[in-house]
Ligand binder design. Structure first.
Ligand code: FRU
Length: 489
């Protein structure tokens, strides 16, 4: 009997929060029943269901020895809590079952994750940790067995990786081989991704370095992910330590992508420039998965490291983004909400062809969990804003400044900390600004011009939002559709 896992499950069951009663707990995003979560893990389809795991410390509202929490869904919208799947109960993962991925194969589900061992006390030379990749297998998609042969990948005999950072494996199948990429360091200041191949997922051969940083691309690449999107090989990853450049890279750590082509013979990956997947203040460690109907879907952690998490006072911390469908447009990865999100739509307020001069409000556009889809014609306006105001004198503002072609998400006056403001450059076609905005208690996700850019942030208002439109000059709201969104809890 696995006592650590059992203990975690008993604890979660006993201490599960009454989510509906909490001011900031999401009503339609995936989050934990109690405690702390970070990265999404192991997103996959198995046995007719979507599975999503997450880095989980059930016993507290701060990061701690990592378990894997687990939810399932038949539509990527309604998530059901499942038993905690992994606990750090082996010598090789005793300080945490770190991030990883999943794959369905031969009627079983395989989790490939990082076993984390902290050596800080002993500290041999340049290694402060031992990280290895480990396999756990499930017949039913709920109960997982760590295999006898763990760990299945180590840094032993690999002389092209620096230090002990070696984590977050992403496994996929190509023809009759399995491939895995793992985040690592080339030297103290350069991140890289290592490629491995295997016929059986137990015996892995190192292939080499699939990609590594150039210039300002961070010292460690976490959470590499990989999938073919619209015929291109896309690598998604989360570099730590990229320095701010103008409006970009302002978060503690970044998450972005390369678009390119992987040569499976040589293991070399030719790719274009690094760009961000989300320009908001709270987005990290995204995972991507292939769906049975041929889509590539991404979910990220709707948070950022090392900031305040006001929801801790409610007994939980951290949440996932809504699932986003990825496509290629030009040399970029664009992301839009999966179409299934529409099933949450409830009350609908629709306006069309309305001029906004100075401020304008529409009856009923108010709430804590809603979606606002709009197209604004700015031919005769310099600036257009959507203000999410509350009766407690708070506001989160999205505004587009046409003169400089910049959209700003300003959360500096919205409730308690963190107070963030982020900007993204985006050009309009025909003076039209398109937005699809999801608000959910303590989060805002804005998809701009069909997902060409996305901005996600956590906000912590004390009262519900009222939507207020504002224009400098005349903005025509060609259409604005406001929907209250149902709760999944
Ligand atoms: C990214 C990360 C991963 C690691 C996990 C630990 O947010 O640092 O690299 O596996 O979190 O919880």
């Amino acid at each position: 009997m696995n006592t650590m896992l059992q203990k975690a499950n008993v604890y979660v069951e006993k201490n599960a929060l009454n989510r509906k009663e909490l001011k900031w707990y999401p009503s339609y995003h995936s989050a934990a029943p109690v405690g702390w979560i970070n990265d999404p893990n192991g997103m996959c389809c198995f046995d007719g269901k979507y599975h999503l795991f997450y880095q989980y410390h059930p016993y507290g509202v701060t990061w701690g020895p990592m378990h894997w929490g687990h939810v399932t869904s038949t539509d990527m919208v309604n998530w059901k809590d499942e038993a905690v799947a992994l606990a750090p109960d082996m010598e090789y993962d005793k300080n945490g079952c770190f991030s990883g991925s999943a794959i369905a194969h031969d009627g079983k589900m395989y989790l490939l994750y990082t076993g984390h061992v902290d050596l800080k006390q002993e500290k041999p030379e340049d290694k402060d940790r031992i990280e290895t990749q480990c396999l756990a297998v499930s017949e039913d998609g709920i109960n997982f067995e760590k295999i006898e042969k763990n760990p299945v990948m180590t840094l032993e005999n690999i002389d092209y990786a620096f230090g002990g950072h070696f984590r977050d494996p992403k496994v996929w199948k190509h023809e009759d081989m399995f491939y895995t990429i793992v985040g690592s360091q080339k030297d103290e200041v350069t991140g890289q991704v290592l490629l491995f191949s295997s016929k059986d997922m137990v015996n892995w051969q190192p292939v080499g370095v699939m990609a590594s940083g150039e210039g300002n691309q961070g010292f460690m690449w976490e959470c590499p992910n990989f999938a073919e999107v619209d015929g291109k090989d896309v690598m998604v990853f989360s570099p730590q330590g990229v320095n701010p450049e103008g409006r970009r890279f302002l978060n503690k750590h970044q998450s972005g992508f390369f678009v390119g082509k992987l040569n499976y013979e040589t293991g070399k990956y030719e790719h274009g420039k690094f760009d961000m997947l989300d320009y908001g203040s709270d987005f990290y460690a995204p995972q991507i998965m292939n769906t049975p109907d041929g889509r590539v879907v991404m979910i990220g952690w709707l948070d950022m490291w090392d900031r305040d998490y006001p929801e801790q006072e409610e007994g939980w911390a951290g949440m996932m983004t809504i699932p986003r469908e990825l496509h290629i447009k030009g040399d970029k990865v664009v992301s839009t909400p999966v179409k299934e999100m529409e099933i949450l739509r409830n009350e609908h307020i629709e306006v069309s062809s309305v001029e906004v001069k100075a401020e304008k409000q529409f009856a009923g556009m108010t709430g804590t969990a809603f979606e606002l889809v709009l197209e604004a014609d700015m031919a005769n306006a310099d600036e257009f804003s959507i203000k999410l105001e509350t009766l407690a004198n708070e506001e989160a503002v999205l505004s587009y400044d046409k003169k400089i072609g910049v959209l700003t998400m300003d959360c500096t006056n919205c409730g308690t900390t963190p107070k963030n403001k982020r900007e993204v450059e985006i050009a309009l076609t025909d003076n039209k600004l398109k937005l699809d905005i999801f608000v959910d208690k303590s989060s805002v996700e804005a998809f701009i011009n069909d997902g060409e850019r996305v901005m996600s942030a956590r906000v912590y208002p004390m009262k519900p939002f009222n939507v207020v439109f504002e224009s400098d000059g005349t903005t025509v709201l060609n259409n604005a559709d406001f929907y209250t969104l149902n709760s999944i809890y």
